[in-house]
Design a protein around this ligand. Structure first.
Ligand SMILES: [Mn+2]
Length: 199
């Protein structure tokens, strides 16, 4: 196997040696933080050791209250719910987190992850029809759905409720859903307070 050669993108910054000394960081860690524009000591501290108490109020996110009410009602009525997650890293981990949380609340919930090659990205009609035939009533997307306008329309016609949780770019036409959680949508003022953008 050919050996990999790592080339450091060394953005010079006066704080690198300070970060190494003050926070006991490895030079590579300090350099990565500086490259991402995280040079403030207190910001680095909360970035490396995040606390739940530092999370922003989730209700700052547009549609959050609607989504919570809808899911809450679903749990009370024992509606069969399915998390429709993307197949990549943030899709699967996000689905897992939401699944475990909803299970703890007593929800009747399962996870559906479409096949990357055979089904592709986003909601697809065949999968929605399959879920409908399995008596699911509520579909919650994780990390996909914001561009699935036609599929969301079909879901509505089939009588499937839809909550979209996504962070991808919002297209000019937004799909129909009971609630859409996406910090990039117009009218959403959710701030995560960090300068890092994870795509
Ligand atoms: Mn993703």
């Amino acid at each position: 196997m050919k050996a990999k050669r790592w080339v450091s993108k060394a953005v010079p910054h006066e704080n690198i040696s300070l970060l190494m000394k003050e926070l006991g960081l490895h030079q590579a860690t300090a350099q990565v933080l500086v490259n991402r524009g995280i040079t403030d000591l207190s910001l680095i501290e909360s970035f490396l050791n995040p606390q739940l108490s530092e999370l922003p109020n989730p209700f700052q996110m547009k549609d959050m209250l609607k989504a919570v009410h809808h899911i809450e009602e679903g749990i009370q009525r024992k509606r069969k719910t399915v998390i429709y997650g993307d197949y990549d890293v943030d899709g699967t981990t996000g689905s897992s987190l939401l699944y475990l949380f909803l299970k703890e609340l007593g929800a009747e919930v399962d996870v559906y992850i479409p096949h990357r090659v055979q089904e592709g990205y986003g909601l697809n009609l065949k999968a929605l029809e399959h879920l409908k035939s399995q008596k699911y009533e509520l579909v919650i997307t994780v990390d996909n759905g914001i561009s699935s306008v036609a599929e969301a329309e079909r879901a509505k016609e089939m009588g499937l409720d839809l909550i979209i949780i996504d962070h991808h770019q919002v297209p000019p036409q937004v799909p129909f859903a009971q609630a859409i959680l996406n910090p990039k949508q117009i009218g959403c003022f959710f701030e995560d307070g960090l300068v890092v953008t994870i795509t």
